[in-house]
Design a protein around this ligand. Structure first.
Ligand SMILES: [Zn+2]
Length: 430
């Protein structure tokens, strides 16, 4: 397929170049000013349009897709762990196979409509663990989005569930070793819900599969305090002791990490994922994202996987905290997600160059002001909207055309999803 005449975007450092792109299979194979169509090659006229590299949501929970409009707790939670116990752990315990499927498919549809072509998910369903990651894989496969999946291991549900979670990660990592569309990670909840023996078992899995842990780190201050009280050390000490910090490790939040912690995380090449909307909504504090270093990405942590919306929150929150002198290129976090995906899939993402994954977003963006590489950040933050994303391609296949997902009947899926969500909410009350 030949995409002709678009301006190609690079997030960071910002780039904007007019060129044609040729896609063969799941890869971009050529890029140039005037590529000539081959015989019988489909040609897409993209004149006047932007093409972005596909966006990556580096941390989220698809199971929360069916929580929209869900009745809240009868009284306000006292603090973050109380919120987990009274809302999110009730929701994940109410999940069954069908609700896992529908939450994943609804979340994936919302993602591709916003140009997100890779979703890094962190899943929990304590009463439906075995095979749960395959259900998400099936739902993502239907929509056409790429997935990096894991099961959240914790000690909150006892040994049997902990071991089932470890086994689910182990099984999925083996099954997706060479899958072009999916990868596994070793999922873990957080330091404050994991005893030493469980962290050691996670470390064994990471070493065996040469993978990385995907874990919440210092999201709320209680994770730091409870770790100190129970283990007499910091969260990063515990992760280091079990050899869990490596260049595939993905640490979500990092709100309460100090500079010493951040330096140790950076020295091991682990990724930090910033989730500004979630942090604000849970009132857990301000993440020091400007000190996260180069290996930093953006996640939505249960909010719809609209990465440009998340980038806007990251930007305004940084401004609010640091003032006008606190300039930080939030587009570097979008680029970070693409680098993270490159490391996981072993293929370059993010630069729309020959040899890169054919994951891209065609945007019908008519700029009302001059547009150049130099002011691209301003257009990304205050101009581009999902409604302008008319074509979304993941792994070389169109997953949205004219702003509509191509592989599924959205109306029928949402109709069943509403029934499934109502049943989940009833189980939560029971
Ligand atoms: Zn999370």
């Amino acid at each position: 397929m030949l995409l002709k005449g678009a301006s190609l975007v690079h997030f960071h450092p910002p780039g904007l170049v007019k060129a044609d792109l040729r896609v063969e299979g799941d890869t971009i194979v050529a890029r140039g000013p005037r590529l000539r169509p081959k015989r019988d090659e489909p040609v897409e006229d993209c004149r006047g349009k932007l093409i972005l590299p596909g966006l990556v949501c580096a941390h989220t929970h698809m199971y929360s897709a069916l929580s929209r409009g869900m009745p809240g707790p009868t009284s306000a939670p006292r603090a973050f762990p109380d919120m987990l116990a009274r809302v999110w752990w009730k929701l994940d315990q109410a999940l069954d196979d069908e609700s896992i499927y529908y939450s994943a498919i609804v979340g994936a549809v919302e993602a591709v409509l916003a140009g997100t072509t890779t979703i890094v998910d962190h899943h929990a369903s304590p009463n439906a663990i075995p095979g749960s990651l395959d259900i998400i894989r099936e739902a993502f496969g239907v929509v056409g989005v790429r997935g990096v999946l894991c099961y959240e291991v914790s000690d909150r549900g006892g040994l049997r569930r902990r071991d089932a979670g470890l086994a689910e990660n182990d099984r999925f990592l083996s099954a997706t070793r060479s899958d072009p569309q999916f990868r596994g990670l070793v999922g873990a909840h957080a330091s404050f819900t994991l005893r030493d023996t469980s962290l050691a078992a996670l470390g064994d899995l990471v070493r065996y599969h040469r993978s990385g842990v995907h874990i919440h780190v210092a999201e709320a201050k209680e994770d730091v305090e409870r770790t100190q009280t129970a283990h007499g050390c910091g969260i990063i000490d515990r992760l280091e002791r079990q050899d869990l910090l490596n260049d595939h490790a993905l640490l979500a939040h990092g709100v309460h990490l100090n500079d010493k912690d951040l330096a140790r995380v950076g020295a091991r090449g682990a990724w930090l994922v910033h989730n500004p909307r979630s942090n604000m909504n849970n009132g857990v504090g301000h993440a020091p994202v400007e000190r996260f270093g180069e290996r930093a990405a953006l996640g939505t942590d249960g909010w719809p996987a609209d990465m440009l919306a998340e980038a806007r929150f990251a930007h305004v929150r940084l401004r609010e905290r640091l003032g006008l002198r606190g300039a930080f290129p939030v587009a570097s976090l979008l680029e970070g997600g693409q680098q993270l995906a490159s490391g996981l899939f072993g293929v370059p993402f993010g630069s729309l160059a020959p040899g890169c994954a054919a994951d891209l977003v065609v945007c019908d963006y008519v700029a009302p002001t001059p547009l150049s590489a130099g002011n691209l950040g301003g257009h990304l933050l205050s101009g581009l909207q999902p409604a302008m994303m008319t074509g979304v391609m993941a792994a070389g296949r169109w997953v949205c055309r004219n702003g509509v997902p191509v592989n599924i009947d959205v109306e029928a899926v949402y109709c069943r999803a509403r029934q499934v969500a109502a049943a989940v909410w009833r189980r939560m009350r029971g």
